[in-house]
Design a protein. Sequence first.
Length: 316
Amino acid sequence: MDISVVIPLLNEQDSLNELHDWIVKVMKTNHFSYEIIYIDDGSTDDSWHVITQLSANNKDVKGIRFFKNFGKSQALHAGFEIAQGDVIITMDADLQDNPEEIPGLYNMIVSDGFDLVSGWKKKRYDSILSKNLPSKLFNWAARQTSGVKLNDFNCGLKAYKNDLVKNIDVNGEMHRYIPVLAKNAGFIKITEKVVLHQARKYGETKFGMDRFIHGFLDLITIWFLSRFGKRPMHLFGALGAIMLIIGFGFSLYLGIDKIFLNPTGRLITERPQFYIALSTMIIGTQFFVAGFLGEIILRTKQDKKRYTIKEYLNLN
């Protein structure tokens, strides 16, 4: 199979038929063998009913329905698990991603040998204050932190090699950082392609300003995990050692001063250096304990399903 189109969605009943017809037209025009995988992330409208009808009329349509809203990352993970195409295309269901971009993305994977091609919505139709400016700041921070030089990390329109999506774990809200996850997994042939961005035709956006706050917090998380995820003691142990050295240094100074230089002076407990030494040694010990606990958890953790699936459609 040439292409798997993975589409996570939440309450997009109005756009699904139009999106489906558009994707099918592109696939037939370019003679692609394909499957379309819709992941209903807990919709409360008639989205699942529409997907059921689409799958009944088209054997190449598959559906996954979550019991409730678990988030876009979990929806993508579920879609990646069952995707069979040589190239995986992800896109949003709101018609802001243009299916006409699929052949170009596919060719960059198959012909040019890239592992991942990320869409870049260079010209956007979003609000400047609520999305464009925060998005530019967010993307700048992501580039500086991750070393992946993309202009638009959060674009839903991306293309991947099949073995890439099978070897990364998309969880939490890490869908924004799939290129970073790919790089950390050893897939380094990552590039971007300018794609058309269209104004939303139906409904309202599911994301507000809080997504950028969450995005920055996730960025810190993924930086930490990529640097110290397999060796937390390297970070916490180093911080603990620094704190303990500072604490022992002040303690040594207080001891020498009290015994040899000023034996009749103030009590050690009356001097501010005593409390600095005490505090830093306690903090240093806590850092060491955190490092040990991190190592223990890392070695004993068990994978836990992060979502529950209510129903499948057209899965063989």
